[in-house]
Design a protein around this ligand. Structure first.
Ligand code: SF4
Length: 499
């Protein structure tokens, strides 16, 4: 489907295009040129403090129109832009809903963090019931998705408003044994491993500099996450050195996850070493329990290896193990996904993340022009949810990505006591993150000012190694404003103590 869009707001053309893609998939082209299958003409008027949006669709839908009114916001700033965009998208959404007879599960929402809209409603003084009603009225969300958001908001109670100086630590290891066909990360295959030592040297330098910065600025770091890539693709000795160095500089953390994603990178020696450090949570990711799919997606392990590694980790005393699965992998139908979930249920991990396959432009699947399957994906995702509930878990974080099958979602489920705070902080963006290593994106969250300063590290491994000092400088620049705020906050707290 190629749709030409005419709008008086050039800056919103892509946002209207996002609505079109909700109905026609990521393959839909939004264009301003011939040839096209249909033309969407948008007009905008303001009358007595009211915005009037009007969309008309030509081509095979000739004559279909939609008009929507909303109170005009005229602050000339961000709120005006936000409200105008929202009204336009709602109007275009209703038009395409009528044209196609379809209702996307997430309604007109195209953003990646739907929980944020729920929180916004509550910040505006609405009760949970009123917030639910508003999500339905404003965005046409289905009851199932509103229930899902509700479950997450409940699970996050007491966990998202951390003190002003709280900051999480992320360390990225951008190496994997092989590249998964759906991978869009900048991770490199570890190959002959010759980049690993120079990478670790640069990373240790960044750890040294940033731990000093964190101390001077008064950041309180208690939650850590070593991700990637696959951190367990390092040798036992390398990973041991990294964990020791991290602990020397940042101390013992209350929560520390190590993504040990590929079962083929783990053995008795490496798991025993991980147990000797204060690692509180590991992730062993099957993605699927079907060997043929594992081969097709380029993972160098079998389902049996996942089971054996999981059981070995349990026998060594790991009491918080996460597993990731992906719905709608190439060639997989409902029965195959169900088989994966049956095995996971028998293993009983402490948390489960149910992803929906997203085919990003930088993935091999995209290069191979793989066509996303649409059939049964929603049922698969729902089965993942039922399985998590049957294992005694609740949903506690969620995010959506572009190019996901049926515009669905990724959801993290966990048993009580196994919620990963880092995942919540990272998704909700209410706590700062100091991210070290290639591709890490540090976020300095200024809650009062409602802004987030981001300091991205370069993703290319060689560039990261040669420019590591620049990465440190970026973080110092982003966090220095917060440091002044933390000092003021601490002074106010100590004055209050003395009174
Ligand atoms: S394990 Fe993750 S980072 Fe590594 S190739 Fe697969 S998807 Fe990419």
């Amino acid at each position: 489907m190629r749709i030409a869009i005419e709008t008086p707001f050039e800056q919103f053309r892509n946002d209207i295009g996002d609505v079109v893609r909700l109905f026609y998939g990521e393959g839909a082209a939004v264009t301003i040129e011939e040839p096209h299958d249909a033309e969407l003409v948008h007009t905008h008027q303001t009358e007595e403090g009211t915005w009037i949006e009007h969309f008309a669709l030509s081509g095979s839908f000739d004559g279909l129109t939609m008009t929507m009114r909303g109170e005009a916001v005229t602050d000339g700033g961000l709120e005006e832009k936000r409200q105008l965009k929202r009204l336009m998208k709602r109007c275009a959404y209703q038009l395409f809903k009528q044209a196609t007879g379809r209702q996307p599960a997430w309604g007109s929402l195209t953003g990646i963090r739907p929980t944020r809209l729920y929180y916004q409603q509550m910040e505006n003084g609405k009760s949970r019931e009123e917030a639910r009603a508003a999500l339905f009225d404003l965005f046409d969300l289905s009851k199932e998705k509103i229930d899902l958001l509700d479950e997450i908001i409940t699970a996050q109670e007491g966990l998202i408003r951390r003190p002003q100086n709280a900051c999480d630590l992320y360390i990225g290891i951008p190496f994997c044994t092989t590249r998964c066909a759906y991978c869009s990360f900048s991770s490199g295959e570890i190959g002959d491993g010759k980049l690993v030592e120079p990478y670790l040297a640069a990373l240790f330098h960044e750890i040294d500099q940033c731990s000093r910065m964190a101390q001077e600025m008064g950041l309180d770091i208690r939650v850590g996450y070593i991700g990637g890539g696959t951190p367990s693709s390092l040798t036992t000795g390398q990973l041991d050195r990294l964990l020791s160095h991290m602990q020397r500089r940042f101390g013992r953390l209350e929560e520390l996850t190590v993504e040990a994603g590929r079962p083929d990178t783990l053995d008795m020696e490496k798991l025993t070493m991980l147990r000797s450090h204060p690692v509180t949570r590991i992730s062993i990711n099957p993605q699927t329990m079907n060997d043929e799919t594992l081969r097709v997606i380029g993972r160098a392990h079998t389902a049996q290896q996942t089971i054996d590694t999981y059981e070995l980790a349990r026998s060594l005393g790991f009491d918080d193990i996460n597993m990731d699965v992906i719905a709608a992998l190439p060639g997989e139908d409902y029965a195959m996904f169900s088989h994966t979930l049956d095995i996971i249920r028998s293993l009983a991990p402490d948390s489960l993340t149910v992803h929906t396959l997203a085919i990003k432009r930088s993935s091999k699947l995209h290069e191979q022009k793989y066509q996303q399957q649409e059939e049964d994906v929603a049922r698969m995702v729902e089965l993942g949810r039922e399985t998590a509930h049957a294992m005694g878990m609740q949903a506690y974080y969620l995010y959506r990505q572009k190019y996901m099958a049926q515009n669905l979602e990724n959801v993290g489920y966990a048993k009580k006591g196994s919620i990963c705070r880092y995942n919540i902080d990272n998704m909700e963006e209410t706590t700062s993150v100091l991210a070290l290593g290639a591709g890490g994106i540090s976020k300095c969250v200024m809650r009062q000012e409602e802004k987030i300063l981001r300091a991205p590290n370069i993703a290319n491994i060689e560039q990261y190694i040669s420019r590591v000092d620049e990465m440190v400088e970026r973080k110092i620049a982003a966090f220095s404003e917060k440091a002044a705020m933390i000092r003021a906050w601490k002074e106010a707290a100590s004055c209050a103590d003395q009174r």
